[in-house]
Structures are given as C-alpha cells and as structure tokens.
Design a protein around this ligand. Structure first.
Ligand code: ASP
Length: 587
C-alpha cells in the first residue's frame, strides 16, 4: 500500500494516527535542527518533519531529497506548534518515521509554483510538469466538473449522448478540413470533422430527437492568438423545435452552469438582440454588454460643414466616454495611435471634450462652432465632464474600429470586470455573406441553416437581404456558441446549394446522402454548439483556452512537447501512395 491518506486530507482530528503518504517533494527547509519537507499531490500539501537529533539516518535521507522526488513517507500526525491557517492541512504535520524514495527527479526547468518562473513555451514543452501546478489543475478540475454538469442537465432533459465518426467526408463549414490519407483506398482521403453537423442532422432523421455530444472538432484555420486546431464543442440538436425552444433549453443549461459552478443565480432571461442592432449599437456581432457606451451615428448631423474627412465618409459614428473630459493631449494621442493600429484600422480619431465648465472643445473647431458641437453632445445626452470620440470612414470598417475603441475604453475605465457575466443571444443573422474577392455568396453560418420563413421570397432576387433562423450565445464579448434552425426540405436545400455556387453535380456528390435522407421524412430540426474550451476559460477567468486544455498546441499550432506535426517515414508515405513535392525553404 502506497498511501493511507492523500496530501490534502489530514486534519487536527487525525492527530496521533500513524499514516503513510505518497507524493512529490515541493520544498525542503532546514531550521534550527529540524528539517521540514512539503509533500504535494493533487489534493494538497502536507508538512513532514524530522528532528535532526533524534534520527541521523532519517534526517540525512531527507536532506538528500531534491525537488520533485517522489517519496513515500511514514509517520505520526501531530499538532503543529505554529499553525498555517492558509493551508487546509496547516494545523498538523507528520513526524517522520520512515521514508522510501519511489523515484528521483532531475531539477525541473521551472518552479512548480502558482507563480512560476517558466515562460509559455517552456511550460508547453514540459506540460506534464506544468500540469502539477495548482492553477492548471484547478482549470482541469473545473473542466471536468462542467462536463459532468452538462451531461447531468441534458440527461435529465432526455438528451442522448451519441458519438459520431472522426474519419468523415469533408463538409464545408467555413474552414479548411484536416485530411487523412487512406492506405486501403489509394488516392482517397478522409476528413476530420469541423463539427458533427451533418451527422447530428441525420440523427434527427433517425428519430433521436434530442442529441448531444461533448466532442472534438478540427479546423485548419489561419493561426490566431487564441485558436486551437482541435477544440471541443458541446454539440446539440433537437427535432420538432422552434428557435425559442432551443434558446430556452440552452439558456437553461447556461444558467445551470453558472449556478452550480460559480454560485451565480441568473434570474432574468438573456436579452435577445438582432444582428442589425448589435452592429449599429456596438459594431460587433458579439457585443460586450457589461457596459453601455453605445454608438450614435452622427453622419447626418455632421456632414456638409466643409470638413472633408466627414463629407467623404460613408458612416460617422461616436461613443461617449463618460467622465473622460479630463483626458490629456497625451491620452488622446495615445487613443489615436490605438485606432490607427492595423488591427483596428481607422485613419484617425476626432474628439469632443465637454469640459466641466460647460465649454466644448474639439479637434475640429475650425469647422464646427460651439452650437454645432453642442448638438453632437446632445445626441448622447452628454454631461459636462464627458468625452465624445468620433470615427469616420467606410461603414463596416468604421463600425468595427469603433467597436475596438469602445472595448479599449471599457477596459481603461474598468468596466470589464471578469467576475461579472453579461450573456445575450444575438439573433437574425444574415443568411449569406457576399465575398468581393470571389464574387459569390457564402453561408454566414453554414449551408444547412434555414432562412427565416418570412424572408424566403427574397431568396431568388435579393438573397443578400434574407435573414437566417440563426443565433449566437455571447457572454462578455465572447462568442460562446451558435446554431440555427436547419433546412429539412430537400428542394430548399438544393436551392441553397445553388445560391452558394454549387452545381447540381457538386451538391449531389458532396451532399447527396443528406438530401437523400431528407426524402425519407426529415423532421423539422435545429441545434446549437457551444465552445466547451471557451466556456471553461470564461468560468475560470483566464484569457486563453490553452489554459483549460490538458495538452494544447502553441500559437503556431504545434505540440512542442511531442513535437508534432513532424515528417513521417518514407515507407509510410509510400504505403499511403504519397509523393512529397520538394519543400521550399521559405515554408
Ligand atoms: N455546427 C455548427 C458549428 O460548429 C453549430 C451548429 O450549427 O449547431 O458552428
């Protein structure tokens, strides 16, 4: 028997018990004839102590231990003279009687502490050591608990968890597929699922009217800060439902998670905001509504006064940063630099200071007199002390830039508290998105999304105006997930593929199985998928989903621990019938 108790278990009531613990050496300290060892496992830390005078042999053995050695310690629980109220086991210590070294350890490349000295890349390379740290462990525990709560909640509502295959056929969901060559079918490939989308729809055809799965999805997307090529979704589908049924069910699940995991009771219904409103008020389809600072469009108000930047602009919008009139020239220059960054993309920023004394000062005083400036302020019901920040330019670009500015101001003003959660549903997305480069429409969600029935008459002539029966759950400016009511009619699905530029043959080749299935009595259905990693990271209060994944890839989509991706052996390539082109150095 390696242990009678864990390192987080012993309390004052255990005093005098003979116990055996096993774990890792966190720290060794020698203080005035006593040697102390902090022994750690997943459950906590317990202090071991040996009196150097009573046992030479034991104290010499203890002194030869190193950090992260794995030991088994036998001893008697004793009350500590100086207690540590910060540790659950801090009232007691173990008077050592015997130790066995189960394994030694070389010095770890970074300290296994809450605040470690190891940089990101090093911790990734030695992730198994990083996993020993409390913050990582706590995140994985939270992830586990969330998975459990989700399963319980959905099980109680009669959802069935059904696995779907990982080796599938490519389905277009907006990203590139990862592909897997088939050895037995030379020249043919499987694709890894971007999501189980078509399978969950086929499960509806199969009669399993409430499906869910906590499932890995794979998307070969361009690298971005917080993206993982493989990630986990809470994937769901329901039959015989309307949009309301789905939103209510998954709002219920979200509230349940907040209650059970964070102790937060969310009584009110989540607000529902149309995509158009979200764009107009916040310049984003995932608005952070922990704070107001809504946009006002000033285009009508400010054009025609001879200021070229405004007169040439398609859209002029502004926010009111309340109480910021005291911003210095330097603060304002700094904000201008912020909006000019390529990621934000504005040309410049115009400000209007509503001074405490009631006077108005702007960066365009040459073109606008006080009474005109007062109109700007009135558009916001601004008060003395406020600061209005204006951006102008092409409509979509300016809305997006203003959204970044709003978020930045929210951050500077401390309005984005991690412990406050502001969920909402964004609904009525456009069905299609026009791409100037390829001169064609793309499905904004995916090709299986149903248009809103009242908009279907526009499909033929004004497809760009058709709204989708689609919705996203957004919390604190993060898109937690999205879904839609699906097309379940073969003819409408055919039409959709046509609008998306598929020939009849292409649609048949790629999705014949789905349209065929729709011929056999497909029920009306719809679903949703939440990003599990994102949800856990939001609950954990961490910025990166990497922090809640046991073995994540780095920003370059590499697993630096197992060194993947990596070349494969010539024989493997041959078996797979693959000839590699020479790889140019720049790659
Ligand atoms: N399959 C979709 C996605 O992964 C979600 C859904 O429509 O249910 O985004």
């Amino acid at each position: 028997m390696y242990r009678t108790h864990t390192c987080g278990e012993l309390r004052i009531t255990d005093v005098k018990k003979q116990v055996t613990l096993s774990g890792w050496v966190q720290r060794i300290r020698n203080l005035g004839g006593m040697t102390f060892v902090d022994l750690r496992d997943r459950y906590g830390i317990t202090q071991l102590v040996v009196n150097d005078e009573t046992s030479d042999e034991l104290s010499s053995a203890v002194r030869h231990l190193g950090r992260e050695f794995v030991i088994q310690a036998v001893g008697t629980v004793s009350e500590r003279s100086s207690k540590n109220s910060k540790m659950p086991t801090g009232d007691v210590e173990i008077i050592l009687e015997d130790i066995v070294i189960l394994n030694s350890s070389v010095t770890p490349p970074f300290t296994i502490e809450d605040e470690t000295d190891g940089g990101d890349e090093l911790r990734m390379k030695y992730r198994y050591l990083d996993l020993r740290r409390n913050p990582v462990r706590r995140n994985l525990e939270l992830r586990h608990k969330m998975g459990f709560q989700i399963r319980n909640y959905l099980n109680d509502l009669d959802f069935l968890e059904i696995e779907t295959p990982v080796l599938i056929k490519s389905t277009p969901e907006g990203a590139r597929d990862f592909v897997v060559p088939s050895r037995v079918h030379p020249g043919e490939f499987y694709a890894l699922p971007q999501s189980p989308q078509v399978f969950k729809q086929l499960l509806m055809v199969g009669g399993y009217d409430r499906y869910f799965q906590i499932v890995k999805c794979f998307r070969d997307e361009d690298l971005r800060a917080d993206r993982q090529p493989e990630f986990t979704q809470i994937d769901c589908e329901m039959a015989f439902v309307t949009q309301d049924d789905i939103l209510n069910t998954f709002e219920g699940l979200t509230k349940h998670l907040f209650k059970s995991l964070r102790g937060i009771e969310m009584k009110d219904s989540f607000p529902r905001m149309t995509y158009t409103d979200a764009m107009e008020k916040y310049g984003s389809d995932k608005p952070d509504i922990r704070f107001g600072m809504e946009f006002k469009e000033l285009t009508q108000l400010v054009q025609g006064k001879g200021f070229k930047v405004f007169d040439d602009a398609e859209y002029i919008g502004a926010i009111n940063a309340e109480g910021c009139a005291s911003y210095s020239r330097k603060d304002l220059d700094n904000l201008t630099d912020f909006v000019r960054r390529p990621q934000v993309g504005a040309q410049g920023m115009i400000y209007l200071r509503y001074n405490e004394d009631g006077s108005l000062k702007s960066s365009v005083d040459k073109f606008f007199d006080e009474s005109q400036l007062k109109n700007w302020a009135d558009a916001f019901d601004a008060k003395p002390g406020d600061l209005i920040l204006v951006l102008a330019g092409a409509r979509h670009k300016t809305l997006t830039a203003l959204s970044e500015l709003r978020l930045e101001m929210g951050k500077r003003l401390g309005l984005r508290d991690k412990n406050i959660f502001a969920p909402l549903w964004v609904v009525d997305f456009p069905l299609l998105e026009w791409d100037e480069e390829t001169k064609r429409f793309y499905a904004m969600h995916h090709p299986f999304t149903s248009p809103k029935l009242e908009d279907t008459h526009m499909l033929q002539n004004e497809p760009g105006k058709v709204r989708a029966d689609a919705y996203d759950l957004v919390i604190n400016g993060v898109e937690i997930g999205g879904g839609s009511i699906r097309i379940h009619d073969e003819v409408l699905q055919q039409k959709m593929f046509k609008i998306l530029g598929f020939t009849h043959e292409q649609a048949q080749e790629q999705f014949g199985f789905l349209m065929n299935a729709f011929k056999y009595g497909a029920p009306p259905h719809g679903g949703v998928a939440f990003g599990f990693d994102r949800l856990v990271s939001l609950f954990a209060g961490v910025d990166s989903i990497r922090d809640v994944i046991a073995f994540p890839k780095n920003n370059a989509a590499r697993d630096v621990m197992i060194d993947s991706p990596s070349p494969i052996h010539k024989d493997q390539l041959e078996e797979l019938n693959i000839n590699l082109k020479p790889i140019s150095k720049e790659n």
